[in-house]
Design a protein around this ligand. Structure first.
Ligand SMILES: Cc1cc2nc3c(=O)[nH]c(=O)nc-3n(C[C@H](O)[C@H](O)[C@H](O)COP(=O)(O)O)c2cc1C
Length: 189
């Protein structure tokens, strides 16, 4: 179609790939860099996610890398630290990014996605545990939502997960993470 804009060409990519099973390989023509005819395979995208290169993974996917899962109960520590979280167990069949803190968008059921910051990891400050994604919403929603499905789109990798000397030191870092996430997400919502 001669009237197709660069954006509509890019928008046509998502149908090529259905989560969580990535299809491919296919040829990728970047609307920013001009047609390159680069071959993109699902294993290439999985490697990008494993390396934490979410920007390139998003460019190839045509949408942000995202995860969907049921909300499970955490240790209820987050609320007392001023950062209540929706927790989900990372699906075993889904490729995982490096442990760390991510800014992104979170959506519950049919509701509009809201800005969020999330930790994916084992919480070394509290002795470690099973790998979990803990999503702290930057806009209020009501209820605890246990059992509901949450979708989280990972847009930016902020930092690695690490062990803090005290819960207070972690709490101060989470406040900084929230500020960084708000700034980075301002143009994506
Ligand atoms: C933005 C954010 C960043 C976090 N970063 C770390 C971290 O670097 N190290 C760590 O041990 N835990 C980190 N956590 C996890 C917290 O330890 C965890 O959310 C808290 O213990 C509450 O867990 P709970 O929901 O199971 O009660 C982070 C959590 C959030 C929301």
């Amino acid at each position: 179609m001669s009237s197709a804009t660069p954006v509509t060409r890019r928008m046509s990519l998502p149908s090529r790939i259905i989560e969580p099973c990535l299809a491919g390989p296919f040829r990728f023509d970047s609307w920013r860099d001009g047609p390159s005819g680069e071959v993109v395979s699902s294993s290439r995208i999985r490697t990008l996610v494993r390396d934490g290169d979410l920007t390139q993974a998003e460019a190839f996917l045509g949408h942000p890398f995202r995860v969907l899962g049921p909300i499970v109960e955490g240790d209820r520590r987050g609320r007392s630290m001023g950062a209540p979280t929706l927790n989900l167990i990372w699906p075993a069949d889904q490729v995982a990014p490096p442990y760390g803190v991510y800014a992104g968008r979170a959506g519950l059921a049919a509701e509009k996605p809201v800005p969020a910051v999330a930790n994916f990891g084992i919480r070394p400050t509290f002795g470690g545990g099973d790998p979990r994604l803990e999503v702290h919403l930057l806009e209020d929603i009501t209820g605890d939502h246990y059992g509901d499905q949450v979708r989280f789109e990972l847009l930016h990798h902020l930092r690695e997960e690490r062990r803090f000397e005290s819960p207070q030191a972690l709490q101060a870092q989470i406040r900084r993470d929230v500020e960084t996430a708000r700034r980075l997400l301002a143009d994506r919502l």
